[in-house]
Design a protein around this ligand. Structure first.
Ligand SMILES: Nc1ncnc2c1ncn2[C@@H]1O[C@H](COP(=O)(O)OP(=O)(O)OP(=O)(O)O)[C@@H](O)[C@H]1O
Ligand SMILES: [Mg+2]
Length: 398
């Protein structure tokens, strides 16, 4: 028989409110981030007194609370700004959407100049408007989240610097955010020194911190007593071991809840977590990879392809490591194939470090052997999955 709404409504559930487990939910208080929040707030306070704050850059691996911390600050900042009648506003932009100088300036100025809703205005027109706006003693704090996605970032930073030089009062402050270490080095030195006036680091969470973060959500999201302590400890331990990414632990908790429910249980136990882990893994790899800049994806794709080819050559039980130098050679070919200029070996090493930090690959250094000192690379996930994900992302065909 078909289910009725009545039945569905009456069905017992262990959840009270699933939205508090969503990655977009900003908690009432950010645990273990007092120091970072204070530093950001201190840096930005001059704007509320009509002075231009220094630029600030937030760095930390994925899921360390950068986005939620800045949204927390933004809410408080704008509330305070309104209260004290200040002409300062803080604006949040996700640069995977606003990924060029044009789109960013347009987004910042559109609320003030409705004519910009229409397209077709040149960059110099929008720039003039920006100077005009700031010249009325306005301060704008632009939060550029996932800043590594911006094309020609140095140009954008110069534009901002030039604009600040041009206005006598008012000013534009940048809050940049990224989880890519290599990003800093890819900027040219002038842009770098301007952006990195102040840096705030978000370290990964350990198991006990993750446990507390989860407890805060369990309180709001679940019925009382519906998560066993053993399950909670297991989620925290798995996450701490993987990468300390709070987003991963929340997803694991949510999925474990779904698994428990589907098995008719009213309490999440360890076996539900283990089952959920398999489900979360593919989703997670897919999301993580899709957020990577193109060159990281091409390197990872190359590694996946080579791992498969390598495996076919090996006999049962042999370890399938790749030589870093071979991967680089193949990467340069692969990049040209998708019409990208390959990056130098120096960048390539940074990409490898970051893919390793994300748990997508693992590497070891050897000092012995036929090739002397070399780095060996092994893929961390099913290579076929990775190929499928990346081919979908960037329309790459082998
Ligand atoms: N200290 C914390 N207290 C409570 N919740 C947290 C904390 N840190 C992170 N979270 C939660 O974990 C999830 C991921 O955090 P967030 O999106 O801020 O990470 P991020 O550092 O921006 O990651 P990425 O680099 O991948 O963008 C969010 O749901 C967030 O609410
Ligand atoms: Mg983020």
């Amino acid at each position: 028989m078909v289910t009725t709404f009545e039945e569905l409504l009456e069905k017992k559930t262990i959840f009270v409110d699933k939205t508090v487990l969503s990655p977009h939910y900003v908690p009432e208080s950010m645990l273990f981030r007092e120091k970072q929040l204070e530093e950001i707030m201190k840096t930005l306070t001059p704007a509320l007194k009509g002075q231009k704050p220094r630029n600030i850059f937030l760095y930390g691996k994925t899921g360390t609370g950068k986005t939620s911390s800045i949204k927390y600050v933004l809410n408080h900042f704008n509330r305070q700004s309104q209260k004290s009648g200040s002409k300062t506003e803080m604006v949040y932009l996700n640069c995977s959407i606003y990924d060029s100088r044009y789109k960013i300036l347009q987004k910042l100025m559109r609320p003030h100049y409705p004519e910009l809703e229409k397209s077709g205005f040149g960059i110099s027109y929008i720039y003039e408007k920006l100077v005009e706006k700031l010249g009325e003693d306005n301060h704008i704090i632009a939060v550029l989240d996932e800043m590594d996605m911006i094309k020609e970032l140095s140009d954008l930073i110069y534009t901002f610097t030039r604009c600040n030089d041009e206005v006598k009062v008012g000013g534009l402050t940048l809050v940049g955010i990224s989880n890519k270490l290599s990003f800093k080095n890819e900027l040219d030195p002038r842009a770098r020194s301007s952006l990195y006036e102040n840096e705030v680091i978000f370290p990964p969470y350990d198991a006990s911190q993750l446990k507390n973060i989860l407890m805060q959500r369990i309180e709001l999201g679940f019925q009382k007593e519906s998560v066993s302590d053993a399950a909670l400890s297991l989620i925290s331990a798995i996450t701490a071991q993987e990468n300390g990414d709070a987003r991963y632990s929340l997803k694991l908790l949510l999925k474990a809840g779904d698994v428990a429910e589907s098995m008719g249980a009213m309490k999440i136990e360890e076996n539900h977590v283990e089952e959920a882990k398999n489900l979360v893994e593919y989703d997670f790899a897919s999301e993580g990879i899709s957020r990577l800049p193109i060159n990281h994806q091409i390197v990872l794709y190359t590694i996946a392809k080579m791992s498969i080819a390598n495996k076919q050559k090996l006999t049962e039980g042999e370890d399938s490591y790749l030589f870093s130098g071979d991967v680089y050679d193949q990467y340069t070919k692969m990049a040209r194939k998708v019409s990208k200029t390959p990056k130098s070996a120096r960048w390539y090493r940074e990409y490898i470090n970051e893919l390793e930090a994300m748990g997508l690959i693992s590497t070891v250094f050897t000092s012995k052997g036929i090739r002397g000192h070399t780095r060996l690379i092994r893929i961390g996930h099913n290579p076929n999955d990775i190929i499928q994900i990346i081919e979908k992302n960037i329309g790459m065909r082998s």
